[in-house]
Design a protein around this ligand. Structure first.
Ligand SMILES: Nc1nc2c(c(=O)[nH]1)N[C@H]1C(S)=C(S)[C@@H](COP(=O)(O)OP(=O)(O)OC[C@H]3O[C@@H](n4cnc5c(=O)[nH]c(N)nc54)[C@H](O)[C@@H]3O)O[C@H]1N2
Ligand SMILES: Nc1nc2c(c(=O)[nH]1)N[C@H]1C(S)=C(S)[C@@H](COP(=O)(O)OP(=O)(O)OC[C@H]3O[C@@H](n4cnc5c(=O)[nH]c(N)nc54)[C@H](O)[C@@H]3O)O[C@H]1N2
Ligand code: SF4
Ligand SMILES: [Mo]
Length: 865
């Protein structure tokens, strides 16, 4: 048997270690690495399903120029020539790189060196601008450096963990499991601050469903409370400047309505003030705001004022989203940073880096941040653009406008693993990238731990690693200094540069790793050079000119009231089982069983007022665009503040893309877009018909709304249209690419049509049409596909085979109905009892919060009856 390869999960910033055992046929068995300090063997459902996302059919395997296959030489030469010519004619700021927190550190290092040191512009920005920029800016304002003080262990050592704008249970599941284990062991108190009642709230002692955007206001209230109740830390305050200013700003903005009851507010203030060991974890509910940096500083202010930083079990903790968001920050991937936490605007720092690189010209001013970068692409200031490892035509705010800008740009290269993404379709040159499991490098997780990603399979076709592509273009532009034999050499150079930075006072000094064996490099958290791992700032020394941390005066204002035409504030974010634009998680059928379609989660009062029926479709419009989303009525969201997930694309649900609705509004300090508060109007989508289809082959819907999801035996699609086709049999044949249906029942008066296609005695496709949302057991129909039981038109299993309902536990394939039935029949009252009876929640554990929620609702109902 092949030995297991130690690598790191390519999804979230928890950075779990993975053991991959290749099966010799291109696949691999995936388990958690018991020796990795981040996860000790655990994986969440996305990590556990990695083995189902390794298939390479459909991958981009050769370079393409204008859609036609080309050689690497031709493609790389073309990029080099176009970039060089553009710079020669229009200056270095006429070109740009748009990269990703999913690039490996080595890729990132080469991209940054090429752009800032050789092309001579800082026009390199990253999707981390949409993700971590406000935290970076907040850290730099407070600490003088972008340093995350704490470690995961702090969540386990704390007495109180406050999660602000973080759906940790779904977005950092293994860290959430560690927190829940600590709670079980030592009674950690947990507070969730989120306008929405998320799965994370299930394990919390207190949920503060604050008014959207009221976070700075809340933490200002806390600062005042700390000051007024003798909780300031006199011993630590000599290490801090700005207390008076911060406090008077806080006092001037305490009269707004945070949307909380006085009781909840008092409980929170007393809990925070009274818990010496408190960790405040924050994420996109804080960062993705037009005042995100202020919100970050309002949180950090409270930790500084109490000296609760840098010691075990306490501190502000910004969790990173992408697997290498932190590595990108270290490497200087943002347009306003230099490598190794050095300052782009400091001539001393620039000279030191240029001296180390012996590079021809250095960028001497910050480059354009993501939203501005695509504006510059739009108006022609940027004429050559290279996008690597991100899908901005989907994920940028005002996505249609961004897509139009890319489409109209003189020259666009895209490095991708798939040729079909919404961004790849717009490229002049497409470069096939080696994907996860096919390349080597390092990533840094949320607690500054550097781990290796290791290859365990060959890349398909001619695909090559991103760092190699960048180095090749650099060489073809005539630049020396890009001659590495492999990522180990890139890493060694980078580690040496960090020694130069360390000598200039940077906290990021990993020069101790320069000579380490790259092959066997074990996960290691920095600082690594002088000290032996651990936390920052316990000694009260910060990277500011006077060595003191800065408290920032934050004037909290609530978001402006919405205008009448767009009275709702749309919140957006993630679902448990999908990763961003779904190019990888979208391959695993079981990951689409949980929430398989774009949806709008809306409060019952709003839904009633708008006349939205459950499972119908809603049309959501903003000044930027329009989407159609499935209605999910739920009191988990506040009135006026619906939620929609960000994952669907032109490939999976063209009218279900939410970033077409989000304006390109940014935080003035960090440049991070406010992705959680688009002003929208909502009304019922006037569907003349709804449909549901399953098919063994791919489907090509031509209707106003469709959303596809993979099945083990094919694909399923939700459909809807505003006009009826003349002939459903013809329409279905075109949809499936099959000749006439083998069976059809129609009740035109009620708008019902059911069609089945049988080929060689097996069910090849089926289509169900009705006037309202289609009532059919989706799991049952999908399960019949490819089988010999072709009597599909009943649409539901016979009475002796109960319908499991929508999937809750994706690992063991346990449905909602199965769980509800077992709860009722066997009087199950704990998550563990459900697990013992059905297996649900016993593998990766990602669904445990949802099972807890079902139990809570179930027992509540019994109590009420
Ligand atoms: N399953 C899954 N996990 C992921 C990812 C994924 O795509 N899928 N992506 C990864 C990445 S890159 C990132 S950045 C992280 C993001 O991780 P999170 O930040 O935890 O996830 P989000 O769902 O974007 O948003 C978090 C919460 O912010 C809340 N929120 C909205 N407005 C406000 C507000 O005004 N105040 C407060 N306090 N909260 C608010 C939302 O209701 C939401 O529940 O997840 C990472 N993990
Ligand atoms: N409305 C709204 N919008 C958001 C957010 C939100 O909360 N709400 N969140 C924002 C945040 S935090 C983030 S991080 C972004 C994420 O948004 P994106 O970065 O755009 O999303 P991904 O799907 O992760 O895109 C990664 C792309 O890289 C490709 N790829 C995979 N492996 C490789 C490889 O090895 N090399 C190369 N070259 N390509 C590869 C994938 O196929 C995919 O197309 O979205 C942002 N947009
Ligand atoms: S928590 Fe899940 S997605 Fe995140 S790194 Fe671990 S296994 Fe991967
Ligand atoms: Mo992110």
């Amino acid at each position: 048997m092949t030995a297991a390869i130690r690598t790191t999960c390519p999804y979230c910033g928890v950075g779990c270690g993975v053991l991959a055992t290749p099966d010799g046929k291109g696949g691999a068995a995936i388990v958690g690495d018991p020796d990795h300090p981040a996860n000790r063997g655990r994986l969440c459902v996305k990590g556990a399903a990695l083995g189902e996302t390794l298939a390479t059919n459909g991958r981009l395997t050769t370079p393409r120029i204008a859609g036609a296959e080309a050689t690497w030489d031709a493609a790389l030469d073309l990029i080099a020539t176009r970039f060089a010519d553009t710079i020669a004619a229009h200056g270095p700021d006429s070109v740009a790189l748009y990269v990703s927190g999913q690039l490996l550190t080595e890729d990132y290092y080469v991209a940054n060196k090429l752009m800032k040191g050789y092309m001579g512009s800082a026009n390199i920005d990253t999707n981390s601008r949409l993700c971590m920029a406000s935290s970076v800016a907040g850290h730099r304002r407070a600490f003088g450096s972008d340093t995350v003080p704490g470690q995961y262990e702090d969540l386990e050592l704390a007495d109180l963990v406050v999660l602000v704008g973080s759906n940790l249970a779904w977005c950092h599941p293994v860290l959430h499991q560690r927190l829940m284990a600590a709670k079980a062991a030592r009674g950690t108190k947990i507070v969730v601050i989120d306008p929405r009642r998320t799965a994370t709230c299930e394990g919390a002692d207190l949920h503060l469903a604050l008014a959207p955007g009221a976070d700075a206001h809340l933490f200002n209230l806390l600062l005042c409370y700390l000051a007024d109740n003798s909780h300031l830390n006199a011993g630590f305050l000599p290490h801090v400047s700005g207390l008076d200013h911060a406090l008077s700003a806080a006092r001037s903005s305490t009269d707004a309505d945070s949307g909380l009851t006085p009781d909840d507010l008092t409980r929170f203030l007393a809990l925070w003030a009274g818990s010496e060991k408190v960790v405040t974890v924050y994420s996109q509910g804080i960062n993705q705001s037009d005042s995100g940096t202020d919100k970050v500083n309002a949180i950090i202010n409270c930790h500084l004022a109490t000296g609760r930083i840098g010691r075990p079990g306490m501190g502000p903790f910004s969790v990173t989203g992408q697997p290498n968001a932190m590595g990108g920050r270290e490497v200087g991937g943002l347009a306003n940073m230099l490598a190794c936490h050095l300052d782009l605007e400091s001539p001393t720092h620039r000279d030191a880096v240029q001296g180390f690189w012996t590079s021809p010209r250095m960028a001497d001013k910050p480059g354009l941040k993501a939203v501005d970068m695509f504006r510059a692409v739009e108006d022609g200031r940027i004429k050559a653009l290279w996008i690597l490892h991100t899908n901005p035509a989907v994920s940028m705010p005002d996505a249609d406008r961004v897509a139009r800008a890319i489409a109209a740009c003189d020259f666009v290269a895209v490095s991708e693993v798939w040729p079909t993404t919404d961004t790849a379709r717009l490229a002049h040159v497409l470069l096939p990238a080696a994907g996860w499991g096919e390349k080597d490098g390092t990533v840094t997780n949320s607690e500054r731990m550097i781990s290796r990603q290791r290859a365990f399979a060959p890349p398909p076709g001619q695909a090559r690693a991103d760092w190699w592509q960048l180095a090749q273009v650099a060489k073809r532009m005539g630049f020396a200094g890009f001659d590495w034999a492999g990522p180990a050499e890139v890493f060694a150079e980078y580690a040496s540069l960090s020694g130069v930075a360390g000598a200039l006072g940077s906290d990021f000094d990993i020069s101790g790793l320069a000579g380490a064996s790259y092959e066997t490099l074990a996960p290691v958290a920095w600082p690594v050079a002088a000290r032996t791992g651990g936390r920052f700032f316990a000694d009260g020394r910060f990277h500011t000119p006077d060595g003191r941390a800065r408290m920032v005066a934050v004037t909290a204002s609530l978001p402006a009231p919405l205008d009448a035409p767009h009275p709702f504030r749309l919140n957006t974010g993630r679902v448990r089982d999908q990763w961003h634009t779904m190019t990888r998680t979208g391959m695993a059928p079981r990951l689409s069983q949980h929430l398989g379609e774009p949806y709008l989660e809306i409060n019952p009062t709003d839904a009633a007022q708008l006349g939205l029926a459950p499972a119908a479709l809603a049309e959501v419009t903003s000044p930027q665009g329009r989407s159609i989303l499935r209605v999910m009525i739920s009191d988990r969201v506040r009135s006026g503040h619906p939620f929609a997930p960000m994952h669907w694309t032109g490939e999976t649900a063209p009218s279900g893309r939410v970033d077409v609705l989000v304006p390109g509004l940014t935080d003035p300090v960090s440049g991070q877009p406010a992705s959680k508060s688009a002003a929208v109007a909502i009304r019922p989508f006037a569907a003349a018909w709804y449909g549901f289809a399953v098919s063994q082959g791919d489907l090509h819907p031509a209707c106003d709304y469709w959303a596809k999801a993979p099945l083990t035996q094919g694909v399923q699609a939700e459909l809807a249209g505003q006009t009826q086709p003349d002939d459903w049999a013809d329409w279905a044949s075109a949809l499936f690419g099959l000749s006439a249906p083998s069976a059809m029942v129609s009740d035109p008066a009620r708008g019902l049509h059911r069609l089945a296609f049988v080929e060689n005695g097996r069910l090849a496709a089926a289509l169900f049409i009705s006037r309202g949302p289609v009532l059919v057991s989706r799991g049952h129909l999908g399960g019949l596909l490819g089988g010999t039981e072709t009597a599909a038109l009943a649409g539901r299993p016979s009475a002796d085979r109960p319908d499991p309902g929508p999937t809750v536990c994706a690992c063991l394939n346990v449905g909602l109905n199965t769980i509800l039935r077992a709860m009722a029949d066997s009087s199950l009252i704990t998550v563990d009892a459900v697990g013992a009876a059905l297996g649900a929640g016993t593998n990766c554990g990602s669904c445990r919060p949802e099972i807890a929620a079902l139990l809570a609702r179930h027992s509540h109902r019994e109590a009420a009856e």
